[in-house]
Design a protein around this ligand. Sequence first.
Ligand code: HEC
Length: 194
Amino acid sequence: MRRNAVFVVAVTCALLALVTWNRGRGSSGLGASLAAEKADGALKESVANLQGEVNALRKLVPEQSVAMLAVAQQFTNLWSAAKTKNWPLAQFFVEETEEGIEWAVRIQPVRREPPADEVNLAAIYDSLSVSVFPELKASIAAHDSDRFARAYQNTLQGCYACHKAIGKQYLRPKVPADLATPVLNFDPQATWPQ
Ligand code: HEC
């Protein structure tokens, strides 16, 4: 899914480059010669084609809430991994969580809706990535369950701060009650499958 967003950005850049190149050519003195007209026609056609492709690709980019569902899953798994003291798995899921939020933010970095006219999600995430996330990772590196539990709750407050900023107070996270994702084995001593 992430690749779709990358394609859209790449095609948009190509489009911009073409338009800029075309503008630059205006002063090159080719004038209204037949060759120039033909080239301009071909250029307009490729711009139109690219625009069509950009529009088609835009429709493939998932909603921000899809990325957030992945974050919710990863952050729940993080809790389970730390609870079973499976620290390498916890390390994996904290990184996945960060990447998931980054992905969500890339899909729509700024939201325009009440209560604020404009909410800069990228700025909110930037502040979390230098405040709560480093402590969360440090607690995992230290294999310290109590420190982890505190850091996890602080991070949940960070999650909620962003949800409140976009006017969705009802998206209130909590510490998961049970171990998550039955298909993943959280037991660090597990021996199957080999
Ligand atoms: C930078 C802002 C931001 C941060 C940080 C953030 N979220 Fe979200 N979250 C959103 C946005 C935006 C939505 C989508 C709201 C919508 O669909 O309009 C959302 C939606 C959700 C949803 C509902 C998904 C659905 O549609 O079913 C869950 C669950 C969620 N977030 C969990 C979390 C968790 C857990 C964290 C912290 C680890 C977190 N979020 C951190 C912005 C954020």
